[in-house]
Design a protein around this ligand. Sequence first.
Ligand code: IPM
Ligand code: MG
Length: 360
Amino acid sequence: MKHRIGVIPGDGIGPEIVREAQKVLDAAGKKYDFELDYTEILMGGASIDVHGVPLTDEAIETAKSGEAVLMGSIGGDAKTSPWYQLPPNRRPEAGLLGIRKALNLFANLRPAYLYEELRAACPLREDISAAGFDMLIMRELTGGLYFGERHTVTENGLRKAVDTLEYNENEIRRIAVKGFDIARKRRHKVCSVDKANVLDSSRLWRAVVEEVARDYPDVELSHMLVDNCAMQLVKDPAQFDVILTENMFGDILSDEASMVTGSIGMLSSASLNETKFGLYEPSHGSAPDIAGQNIANPIATILSAAMMLRYSLDLDEAADAVEAAVRKVLADGYRTADIWSEGCMKVGTIQMGDLIAERV
Ligand code: IPM
Ligand code: MG
């Protein structure tokens, strides 16, 4: 069976980590008898350099024509890169926001899991990390503050900037449904995170989530205010199964959740629409400071590729094999620099890809 996949290597460490993910996917294909036909897509800074814009219509069409997109990361150093001399709507990040919107990828899944082998890297106190944790942040990805109307004006010599946070009930309902569906495949718990003590958008969020919950009597729903959630993530992360939240809260909380796992270099993500189509990317950024040095951790991208196999291509067995290979490599003591600790073997990006591909 042949599958058409769009590949966005992107900027910074993007190309090198995507290469390793493709290596692992190809190994899985050999073993589980499928073939991936990759089409490269330019986005972010790489697209600006060629086309002057971070995302072209052609890139969107190519992405749409496949079954899924595998992505590295986009963006550069905001202080030194010429990309950041451009107006905000033509910078690399605008390409990422643009493709999410164009492909209607409203559901962003960000799992955060504490690997037994990486417990030493967990920055939490030992009595907290001992309980372990395994959560999934379900972040709304195409609405809210990041897509609302915004502008900056000068009124009577005073500069003023406005951003708007807007959600309608359909946007809330569809992400809530995804959240409850996923919870059914996990531990049947949803914690909906909002700021309902202040924001109208959060009060609507809470009401709609409660309506959706009526169709899922087997799933336990709780609500938490976002500031409390930020605290609970470091105090008692084991309490969480699915965290369901809006765009900006999910952006912030998912970085926090990834850090408590010990390394942002381990965390995958999937962005899905109503169909099987998805865009798969590591939760981390493009780390331009370490690009091209063969030291970046490719695991987050490899795990994102596993999510692609599972959610978009229905190749569950192959997805399990890739995830097991990652665990095996960690158990065998191999680490990239970001997760290295005393007594482990330090390996580079390419070698980590080889070691995982061998174990698939
Ligand atoms: C992320 C990133 C993006 C976001 C940026 C680069 C626009 O931080 O994927 O979390 O906020 O969504
Ligand atoms: Mg972010």
